[in-house]
Design a protein around this ligand. Structure first.
Ligand SMILES: Nc1nc2c(ncn2[C@@H]2O[C@H](COP(=O)(O)OP(=O)(O)OP(=O)(O)O)[C@@H](O)[C@H]2O)c(=O)[nH]1
Ligand SMILES: [Mg+2]
Length: 259
């Protein structure tokens, strides 16, 4: 595997669609890529995975065996994935030249906050693993929505301590002006503070200022990567980050092979 990108984020932010679009984009640029589905609960998926956890874990079987409802079964299933690490690793051996995209369970906590997930990422990707946090551009278009997604991003970072991308997916659903506004928040916390104060009437000024300060100091106010998984926009930048991470950027010059 040239590198593994683990796509996580809140339910419905477009993780599976993003995996599919990125995989198609990479292949359209003649890179080898593959998708691993780590979501045992998914019923419909926009892609056919190259490796699929559903081959070995069935949510229905977990519900019956453990006498659980769908949410409890998801939690148990997320832990059961660890038992199949060796089998996934042996299947990954056939993908040695590939960028491998890992789609993770719908609810962010099932992947990011389970005890075994950092171990799983270590076992599957070693030092060739990067986390891609997908936020929702519509949610992120209000100051409080933006900050809450950043805080979630920070929580995921503190679980994995790995290179991470903050991706604002569904960028096609907001206007260019809204996107510019979000970018200005990222670049200047004063602008974000003013927007937040307008929205929340200065309710939590001290808390907010301290939080933004610590975000900046800890490096969590990282660059935003807007994508639209339906229009395939923003994927050159995602690839560029993958290339930088996995091969020191040595093939970014071949990024735009179609042009
Ligand atoms: N407009 C727009 N819709 C998107 C985009 N990405 C995904 N969607 C839509 O958002 C919905 C959820 O997409 P999924 O890819 O299933 O999201 P997910 O995060 O994998 O969902 P779960 O795994 O169930 O949490 C679908 O209707 C997608 O078509 C995008 O970039 N733009
Ligand atoms: Mg999904």
């Amino acid at each position: 595997m040239r590198g593994g990108l683990f796509v996580t984020g809140p339910a419905g932010t477009g993780k599976s669609t993003f995996c599919n679009t990125l995989n198609n984009w990479l292949q359209s640029q003649q890179y080898e890529s593959a998708i691993v589905n780590l979501d045992p609960g998914v019923e419909y998926s926009p892609y056919t995975p190259d490796i699929d956890i559903r081959d070995v874990i069935s949510l229905d079987a977990v519900m019956k065996e453990y006498g659980l409802g769908p949410n409890g079964a998801q939690v148990v299933a997320a832990d059961l994935i660890l038992d199949h690490t060796e089998s996934i690793i042996s299947q990954l051996e056939e993908l040695s030249d590939h960028y491998v995209i890992f789609d993770t369970p719908g609810q962010v906590e099932l992947f990011s906050f389970r005890q075994g997930s950092p171990m799983l990422v270590d076992s599957l990707a070693g030092d060739k693993g990067m986390i891609c946090f997908l936020a929702d551009a519509v949610v992120g278009s209000t100051p409080s929505g933006f900050i809450s997604q950043k805080m979630l991003f920070g929580s995921v970072f503190f679980r994995f301590f790995r290179p991470m991308l903050f991706v604002l997916n569904k960028s096609d659903l907001i206007s260019p002006d809204q996107m510019d506004r979000i970018m200005s928040w990222e670049n200047d916390p004063e602008i974000l503070y003013d927007a937040f104060a307008e929205e929340k009437q200065k309710m939590v000024k001290d808390f907010y200022l301290e939080m933004v300060k610590s975000f900046r100091e800890s490096g969590l106010m990282t660059r935003i990567f807007p994508t639209s998984s339906v229009n395939a926009e923003g994927f050159e930048d995602i690839y560029s980050q993958m290339s930088l991470m996995f091969s020191g950027g040595e093939d970014t010059d071949t990024m735009y092979r179609d042009e």
